[in-house]
Write a protein that binds this ligand. Structure first.
Ligand SMILES: [Fe+2]
Ligand SMILES: [Fe+2]
Length: 254
């Protein structure tokens, strides 16, 4: 049994020092790994990322993250990544990492993802170069993400995104902004590669639970959605017991 603590959209800023750390200080008592589904910072400034890194540094469990759109806002995402990695956070973008938890191998494949919408109401690779660039950006990310997830050979495989792979976990957000909250291409990538669980954030007004067309459980762990410092999910190493249950959650949100 793998215990996964997950949260997205903590949006820490320069004044957030000391606000998140108390909630994860003793995380090893509840979880084997902490996954962060993007938007770690408020506006993507490296000094905000330094605050995040200090909040997470030296935790007793592996910490893995993808960046979100807020982490790109200042155009300094490479520095944001460097600051996070200096604090021991493993940042994934079209990449996978594998961990051993008491003899069970756990792979996490991660990518930011991007928008485009969902079947029947999605952007298409047609017309102006700006629209083609928008759609191609999602396609490129989805392909790299699919390759990373496919290459992850482990007992338990988790997909970590910022943007949503399904419309179901967006329920509660205005329909008009669905194309900016996720893309069906990410869901197709998950179903092609296979996974035991997909985690994402970004949709602050969405819904926690969903499922891909192929039957993979999806969880929107944006902090405003889960309403707590993190959600905790338990995954069995036996694929027949991969149904994910949220057993309990972390302490109150900072
Ligand atoms: Fe966010
Ligand atoms: Fe976001």
């Amino acid at each position: 049994m793998i215990r996964v603590a997950a949260v997205g959209d903590v949006h820490l800023g320069r004044g957030s020092a000391g606000t998140f750390r108390p909630h994860v200080e003793h995380l090893q008592e509840l979880a084997d790994i902490l996954l962060i589904a993007g938007d770690l910072t408020t506006c993507g400034h490296p000094d905000e990322a330094r605050v995040v890194a200090e909040e997470l540094a030296g935790l007793p469990v592996p910490v893995v993250a993808v960046l979100g759109n807020h982490d790109y806002h200042a155009g300094r995402e490479d520095e944001v990544r460097e600051e996070l990695e200096a604090g021991g956070v493993q940042v994934l973008e079209g990449e996978a990492a594998t961990f051993d938890v008491d003899g069970v191998s756990v792979a996490v494949a991660g990518a930011k993802g991007f928008g485009g919408g969902f079947l029947g109401a999605c952007a298409s690779d047609f017309g102006e170069p700006e629209m083609k660039a928008f759609v191609r950006h999602t396609k490129d990310i989805a392909e790299r993400f699919c390759a990373a997830l496919s290459s992850a050979d482990a007992d338990v495989r988790i997909a970590l995104l910022h943007y949503s792979p399904v419309a179901e976990t967006l329920a509660g957000e205005p329909l008009e902004i669905y194309p900016f909250l996720g893309s069906y291409l990410l869901g197709e990538a998950v179903d092609r590669a296979g996974a035991d669980l997909v985690l994402h954030g970004h949709a602050h007004g969405g819904t926690e639970k969903g499922v891909t067309a192929g039957g993979v459980h999806v969880r929107n762990v944006a902090q405003p959605v889960i309403g707590q410092a993190y959600a905790l999910y338990c995954l069995g190493s036996d694929s027949s017991s991969s149904a994910t249950s949220r057993t309990m959650s972390g302490a109150a949100a900072p």
